[in-house]
Design a protein around this ligand. Structure first.
Ligand code: FES
Length: 61
């Protein structure tokens, strides 16, 4: 599902980026371009980042 319509970034794109080490909004914005257009998706982008980080912690434990 697209999270950022402006940049055509999906939740899967964000999850992959977080799993590769881009672990905050700023890094996702810089490297994927997500949440750098109209700004509508900032909250949802942050949510996907946090959910992915939580899963990483569970799997690492
Ligand atoms: S929908 Fe992501 S910046 Fe517009």
């Amino acid at each position: 599902m697209y999270v950022c319509i402006c940049k055509a970034i999906s939740d899967q794109d964000i999850e992959e980026a977080v799993n590769e080490g881009l672990e905050d909004l700023s890094a996702i914005q810089t490297h994927l371009g997500a949440a750098t257009g109209c700004g509508t998706c900032v909250e949802h982008t942050q949510q996907v980042i946090e959910e992915t980080l939580a899963r990483k912690l569970v799997y690492a434990a």
